[in-house]
Design a protein around this ligand. Structure first.
Ligand SMILES: [Zn+2]
Length: 559
């Protein structure tokens, strides 16, 4: 890792520029993590020595600058040579390194040597020296002892985050030649460039840092990665086989690496989660249990070591998982074991099942079958004025499942029809179609986060056409408590005698009758709806309205 730039601000640019002429001309006599010595010959030989003491980088040069107690360019050249030679690497780990001249105390100790002859930097030289800084290798100078990387599945974090969390662990070679216990607590893997190719590749693509987003004021080291990674589900098919192929991918191991149980990749079809409810006649209970099923094989849900979305872990292998909506059920049943519900509580049990917004793949006994549901009648729309003055009208939508009317907003996916004692699946496709129909006719659901909070709304100008259209399609439409009825049969009976005939007729509006004279009066007034006997409104069909002129003329023509 480079560290010279961290000292730059304590030294004038003139010193640094004039140090450039010594580049490559320093003979190193001693170089360690914390110490550096070398000599420079610019006609006279000068010895530069540098060492780390606490937070200070103590520097010294034996040229005349030493007597003046000032910082000379030989020292800067020495620092640059130390960095490019990989010496003094301790400076990279120091938080706030400062430079101190040997034998001079205090922060003000660093003074700058007045340039003896101001050298005009030539442009090409400036460019080259800047380039030298940029191309210096991103090598920390540390050489890590031999390491072995382990990829372990952190079960607790996986369950907590409902995702695959892999903790990368480092085991170091011991003095006796064996691998040491991995260090579970390292939050960073450093010197990634010194690892084997397969680990370098894996660490490069192994998901995102779980702790990212946490505040850190350290400059990130380009050669290290965080050790706790979240692997996205879309990458499982690529990454899990790679992890297994290392032979160093495992569920939290304990002890020393030679005892670890690596995981193998089971490349077969995914296991599916299924919940079954079966009857135990002897104990008179329904038994709820969870299963993993694949290719006619089934395992109790308690058998795997870990279940997360998309993956199931066994002691020695990991396989795909198609959890459907069953993962939470499986986790519950793993914790509690099978659930027993007494026969006597059958109805309550059914009512509980009916409240789930989604159900897993579930096998039920005959007594608790969930039947496919169908609308008994077309949907219901109620339009009302908003509570507060708002430009749009509120709408409520409900679906008619026979003896149960289900509000559109209700979350449960199953209807508990207590009149028939049956559980019925809501007809998702028909409900969706009804919602699409409303959208087409200008009824929209507001955003969950808006003032309307996910309610349906319509603009008042759209209402007449909306009501007419939906009523003609059989919907039950109420506006401000008024029900609108569709016109049905239209009957005219003519009773005749020798010298008179009588015209008797009525129009039907869904069971409500309207006598012919009333109908003709309404048509004569050009109205498009008429109040019926029960207080509801009958919608007059367009074609009647078109013909009303003809009707009117006939009526006034004397017989
Ligand atoms: Zn000097």
């Amino acid at each position: 890792m480079r560290w010279l730039h961290r000292l730059k601000d304590t030294v004038s640019s003139q010193i640094r520029n004039s140090a450039a002429r010594y580049s490559g001309k320093i003979k190193v006599t001693c170089g360690t993590n914390t110490e550096f010595r070398g000599f420079i010959n610019d006609g006279t030989q000068h010895v530069v020595s540098i060492y780390v003491a606490g937070n200070a980088v103590v520097v010294c040069c034996d040229c005349p600058a030493r007597e003046k107690r000032v910082f000379c360019s030989h020292i800067w050249a020495g620092l640059a040579a130390a960095e490019s030679g990989g010496h003094l690497s301790r400076i990279a780990t120091m938080r706030w390194p400062s430079i101190r001249l040997e034998g001079v105390k205090g922060a003000a100790a660093v003074q700058f040597e007045p340039p003896s002859r101001p050298e005009k930097p030539t442009p090409w030289k400036t460019e080259l020296s800047a380039l030298r800084e940029r191309v210096a290798p991103a090598w920390s100078g540390f050489t890590e002892p031999p390491r072995q990387i382990f990829y372990t599945v952190d079960s607790e974090e996986c369950i907590h985050r409902s995702a695959l969390i892999v903790q990368v662990e480092v085991s170091r070679l011991k003095k006796d030649g064996g691998w040491g216990k991995p260090n579970w607590h390292e939050i960073e893997i450093r010197c990634v460039s010194q690892l084997d190719e397969v680990d370098r590749k894996l660490l490069g693509i192994l998901g995102s840092d779980v702790t990212s987003g946490s505040y850190s004021n350290f400059i990130p080291d380009p050669d290290s990665v965080k050790s706790k990674r979240r692997v996205p589900r879309g990458a499982y098919d690529l990454l899990i086989p790679m992890l297994c192929a290392t032979g160093r991918f495992m569920l939290e191991p304990s002890g020393l690496p030679d005892k670890f149980q690596p995981l193998h990749w089971d490349d077969a079809e995914p296991w599916k989660l299924e919940v079954t409810v079966r009857k135990d006649e002897q104990a008179e209970v329904f038994v709820v249990s969870g299963w993993l099923k694949r290719d006619g094989k089934q395992l109790p849900v308690s058998e795997p070591r870990l279940l997360i979305p998309g993956l199931v872990f066994f002691p020695d292998h990991v396989a795909r998982l198609d959890e459907g909506h069953g993962l939470q059920w499986a986790l519950l049943l793993r914790r509690t074991g099978d659930l027993a519900v007494p026969f006597a509580n059958r109805l309550e049990f059914m009512a509980e099942i009916a409240q789930f917004s989604v159900l897993p793949s579930i096998e039920l006994p005959e007594e608790i079958t969930i039947h496919p549901g169908r609308f008994a009648n077309p949907p219901i729309l109620r339009i009302s004025k908003p509570q507060y003055s708002a430009p749009r009208l509120c709408c409520e939508v409900a679906f008619d499942y026979g003896s149960v009317i289900v509000p559109e907003a209700q979350k449960a996916s199953v209807v508990d029809d207590q009149a028939t004692g049956r559980l019925v699946h809501r007809d998702i496709a028909a409900e969706e179609q009804a919602r699409n129909r409303l959208n087409l006719l200008g009824v929209y659901r507001t955003s969950e986060y808006s003032l309307g909070r996910g309610k349906w709304e319509v603009s008042p100008s759209r209402v007449p056409a909306l009501v007419r259209q939906l009523v003609s399609e059989g919907w039950r439409v109420e506006a401000e408590g008024n029900l609108y009825r569709k016109a049905g049969a239209f009957r005219i009976d003519v009773t005749s005698n020798i010298d008179w005939f009588e015209l008797n007729g009525h129009a039907e509006f869904e069971g409500e009758q309207l006598a012919l004279p009333e109908l003709l009066k309404a048509l004569g007034r050009g109205e498009d709806m008429v109040r019926l006997g029960d207080g509801s409104f009958g919608l007059l069909p367009e074609e009647w309205l078109k013909r009303s002129c003809a009707f009117g003329r006939q009526r006034v023509t004397p017989a």
